[in-house]
Design a protein around this ligand. Sequence first.
Ligand SMILES: [Zn+2]
Length: 864
Amino acid sequence: MKIKKRNVLRLLSITLVMCAFMATNHLEAQNKKKKKKKNQIEASAPKPKSKTKSIKDLTKSSKKIEGLFTMYRDTITGSLQMVITEEQLGKEYIHFNQVSNGVIDAGRFRGAYGGSKVFKVKKFYNKIEFVSQNTSFYFDPDNAISKSKDANTSEGIMAAVKIEAHDNKEGLYLIKADGLFLKETFSQVKPPRFPGASPMSFTLGNLDKNKTKINSIKNYNDNTNLEVEYVYSKPSVLNGGSRGVTDGRNVSIKVFHSLIAMPDNDYEIRLDDPRVGYFTTQVNDQTATNSTPYKDLVHRWNLVKKDPNAAISEPVKPITWWMENSTPVEWRETITQGVLEWNKAFEKAGFKNAMVVKLQPDDADWDAGDINYNVLRWTSSPNPPFGGYGPSFVNPKTGEIIGADIMLEYVHFTNRVFYDQLFDLAKADAEFDASEYLQKNKVLCSFGHVMHENTMFGQAVVEAAGGSELEMERMKEEAMLALIMHEVGHTLGLNHNMKASQLFSPEELANKDFIEGKCLTGSVMDYAGINITNDRTKQGQYYDTSVGPYDVWAIQFGYTPFKSEDEKVALLNRSTEPQLIFGNDADDMRAPGKAIDPRVMIGDLSNDQIGYSIDRIKLVDSMMQVVKSKFSKEGESYQELRRAYYILSGQRATAVNVISRFIGGVYVDRAMVGQEGGTQPFTPVSLEDQKRAMDALKKYAFAPEAFSAPNDLYNDLAMQRRGYGFMRGPEDPKIHNQVLTYQRNVLRHLLHRNTLQRITDSELYGNDYSLSKFMTDLNSSIFKADIFGNVNSFRQNLQLAYTNMLIDMLIGKQNSRYTNNAKSMALYNLKQIRSMAAPSGNVSSKAHKQHLRMLIDNALKEVK
Ligand SMILES: [Zn+2]
């Protein structure tokens, strides 16, 4: 049995060994299996595992939109990514923006241009930067000082965006673009709040990140365009805006952004000259040593002759205008004519067919806001901010115009008086004031407003005289032609020429054969009055029907490919020819106290502005006698009559303003020293003309019966009722307030500290109408006719207002800004009034005179 036991042990050990062997075998097999599986996994993923994602990874669910800056838009979230190429780094581009739609309340209306700027795309470590560049200075590269050209100017880093992916082989960088466009990165959209603005005025809320969106993207080889809808929200509003604002708590402003490749062409820079009126980009030459280191860039199109040797050649690329398909059909022909009239000017500059007009097809796949198209656009806005608006945008480095649009307001060709407040002056405080807005934004052109007012006046005259429907149509057509020529002129680079209406005499303007087919002024860029002859049989053209001699000359300066500097100088030296007279509205002559040259004025016409204005006043006064019978129509409300009354009054007010500019006026001549035909820069208006102006003002602005209409007319000046809110305040006509406002406008110019100071200063260089003579004449024109008897209610108003203005010169808040000579004359005049205003006349007149004396007595106590 012993053996048996041993055998069992052996057997056991063998079994154990075997078990151990088997176990080892099993483990090895298992390990091999695992390894095989791992190998299989590795074989199924072709690329090695990495933390950084590729452009392809990040744009998997996006649609690619190729162009200057290629974009990827996610098809699920709409979020935007942008590709920057290695080549684009360090390069310059232009950013331009334009409001595609907005609200006038916020000053952001359809078509409003937001200006253009140059920016660079730069790489800084793992970021892409968008950096705006300063283009205001020039350094001569040959001058050593140019090495410090960056001193004390700053670049503007508008955005720094993280690089999300990089394709080394292709040289591409991918960045997230939502932050670039959904914020006000490239331009400020929400207007700043001016200090002192009323807390009641309309304002936009805060930019709502969540609601703001990119509406569309259009990509071309040379430009990338996006329309962004900025939404401004706030939980509650004090002022919800005008009716154009649907919901004051959520306001959308849509803006087109264009990123444009820097033009690489043979464009020739043209530098500005003070004798011709072009829009410019101001550049200072920091290396120049003369007193006018200006290298201001004229804004003009890049017109190049197809045949450089031909005297007249077609351009390589004409300036093409597209008429938006919303253009009223009946106006299309006149509008085309208005654009093509400029070809007459271009021919003198050596170009044939420089301007071309096409009609936007109804099925066009491009939007009128596309910068690749220059479009004549139409809107019919609530409270239009402009009458026509002809903006252009330029390359800030050269002044080359890259694109332009013209916005036209339908309202100007209707009979609506949309800016009623300009006439009746019972202004609603919260309402948007077009004229104020226009003054702040000089790029806007209010020619349409002026034209509209003029045409309504013209229509009233024709209607009252029993003129035909055909005559009315002719006037409207001429008005449209003149308006288009004017706005197109802006897009060619021209600014206003408010001096141009000096071209013809009143006799020539009343000679219909003489003026036929002509520009009635030197330039369509003026805001001239409508040509109406008091003798209706002599009526010819109402408006300019062709470009003027100044326009031709200005286009020659801007566009002629000059062969030599001498050729250009010879052209500029023609500036002293009378038909080329130029003066713009840089120092806005519409505001009292601003104008110095009476010829630079709006609403005037002819080389005898005083005579022409007196004729206009006489026409208005005679119309006032018949207006009631001519404009009260049976079965209709009195709205038409009311409109006619305010238009007539407005024309009269314009006429007396034109006359007032002669007092203390100084003619300006911008001819260079020694230029043939040139005079000295400043020549005061002659004593004779100043006296003539004073006599006219005495008679037509200040006399007891000036501005008065037949009394029974006032009974009928009623607006048509519309709901409850049709009237701004009580609806009765505020006649005294209206007349006084017209008179005060004249006085505000005559007694403006600038005018009074200029009268005294110019006595030294040729002014013979001394301050003492003028102030004495003014005093007597306001008092002499009635102060010793009965004073009517208009004159009481005028006399009190005038007396208060004199008192203000002495003790008012602004008194330190008046010269001592002016203050002494104010005091002298007050004492004269004090002695004239002894109690006499009826009770009302006695009360008035007592009032005057009390005011003066109290004021004199305060004079120190
Ligand atoms: Zn204009």
